[in-house]
Design a protein around this ligand. Sequence first.
Ligand SMILES: Cc1ncc(COP(=O)(O)O)c(C=O)c1O
Length: 461
Amino acid sequence: MTAPAATRPRIDLQQAAREHLWLHFTRMGSYEDTEIPVIVRGEGCYLEDVNGKRFLDALAGLFAVNIGYSYGEEVGQAALAQMRELPFYTNWSYAHPRAIELAAEVASLAPGDLDRVFFVSGGSEAVESAWKLARQYHTARGERRWKAVAHRLAYHGTTLGALSINGIPALRTPFEPLVPDVVHVHNTNRYHRRPDETEEEFTAFLLDDLDGAIQQAGPDTVAMVIFEPVQNAGGSFTPPEGYFRGVREICDRYGILLCADEVITGFGRLGYWFGSERYDIRPDLLTCAKGLSSAYAAIGAVVASERLVEPFLEDTRSFMHGITFGGHPVQAAIALANIEIMRRDGIVEHARENEDAFRRTLAQLLDLPIVGDLRGAGYFYALELVRDKETRTTFTEDECESLLRGFLSPRLFERGLICRADDRGDPVLQVSPPLIAGQREFDEITTILGDVLTEAWERIH
Ligand SMILES: Cc1ncc(COP(=O)(O)O)c(C=O)c1O
């Protein structure tokens, strides 16, 4: 019998991590003189490392652990029961109870007629699958459309298809040539627009840009427009009033499918089960992952409208796509337990009720000279850091490097706060705690950020 984790012979974790573990998106060389952080346990919104140091996880383990870290016992029981009953079977040609129940549950929560659920193992696979689904949907209807339209600077994953949809040049360049063809359009970042531009004018500008890009690409070659309800990369860009209504109209005009990438925003992050509901997006398909299981399992999904599924139900047709672990029964049981907990403990309602208090608390940081903007919605915020607040001037690349990587990230970690200093666009701090966080956590996040940002300002002046 395998020894339980607690009684396994101990290895030197630090040394073994250095010798064997390849960290994702990590400059491994930066750990030459410092320890690799090893997180060993979690409780509520807090994590503890191997040295016993506690951290407030203001990033919910990459925008994912929506219920926090204390439900392991309950979710584990659901996983154990499933392990005993049926540890694995596949969704290739077969169904099993947990995949069926989870599909029904997701369909009941998803807005509109998004009723058909295709399970995958994570967000990248969901985006990848959505693009393939969009392509084959058009083919099945006798049209050859393959292009996707996405926002500049948006992150949609790392597998080659999802990566091609990404609008972040630094992620794309090392892997070119990518999958053809993706057109990137203006995102909804308003902070660096003309200050006297009205919201209405901004919406009109964005919709013009989208329409123009589609026309230039050739509308009858475009399969799918894929946008996040609130864009993460660049720092929580919310859509201006009327934007998604206009996007929907443009997609309808040209027969293009609209996909909402809800890998982050799905399952409560914006105070609604789905961001599409909050912004009345009415997508044809939707991608989700992280919050579906609160990251207790590696599971994601594409949720498609009935209209999209129809051509696949005819004759001998099938969606020519599958993944061994898609709809894995144990992962599905875990996701079901997560949704049950979210419903029972009112997690989404809690986020919606506390959103204003969270924003108000974070807004105190706008008094600091280095904080130019606070944006976002629900439990999904970003603070944009500026060199000059009046002119909204940002930092140089070298300053970003020394400020974000050299100072902010390590100092925040030292102070026991996990959040993300990000400069894929203009430099921002991303704050996105578990949805169970309340005023105590909001205060702690704001106090630590306030201290560290004050120090950062002093260092650069
Ligand atoms: C909007 C969005 N789409 C897709 C992905 C990719 O998800 P994963 O890392 O699970 O592959 C992410 C990951 O952060 C994301 O934020």
